[in-house]
Write a protein that binds this ligand. Structure first.
Ligand code: HEC
Length: 116
């Protein structure tokens, strides 16, 4: 293995481990249809990558019409899109972890590919 390939391989491995640890537990919430509408986050956001390409939070949330943090946006979507009236901190933070881990992996992959 060439010397340049080592950090890339290590970064990739770190990404995979990062993804496997946090995401597995939270993924069930992402795919859960246990709500009054009977659809999941994945129904509208697929694998979640649509949420990663818009830069850092807080930023303008077009659904709410105002600036929001990531956690606010998750809560807003659970309430408005899934019609869940009672906020659940455990689920909110699990989804926060899911999206944050996905973003870390996404940023890492881009930096390893030397994309801007
Ligand atoms: C009925 C479709 C629908 C469902 C189901 C849904 N969302 Fe959304 N979500 C949207 C729309 C529409 C927006 C606003 C437009 C956009 O940013 O894509 C949005 C915005 C968001 C944002 C903010 C994106 C940004 O860049 O500001 C986050 C985070 C988010 N949703 C997370 C979730 C999570 C987590 C779930 C599951 C608990 C979920 N959404 C379920 C449709 C949905």
């Amino acid at each position: 293995m060439k010397s340049k390939q080592l950090p890339i391989a290590a970064g990739f491995l770190a990404g995979v481990l990062l993804l496997a640890s946090g995401v597995q537990a939270s993924e069930q919430h992402w795919n859960s249809t246990q709500n009054p509408v009977g659809i999941s986050c994945a129904t509208c956001h697929f694998d979640g990558y649509d949420l990663l390409v818009r830069g850092e939070y807080p930023h303008h949330n077009p659904l709410a019409g105002r600036h929001m943090t990531l956690l606010d946006s998750i809560r807003h979507c659970r309430q408005v899109s899934l019609k869940i009236d009672t906020p659940d901190n455990t689920v909110d933070y699990a989804l926060f972890q899911f999206i944050t881990t996905l973003k870390e992996y996404y940023d890492l992959s881009r930096s390893l590919a030397n994309e801007p």
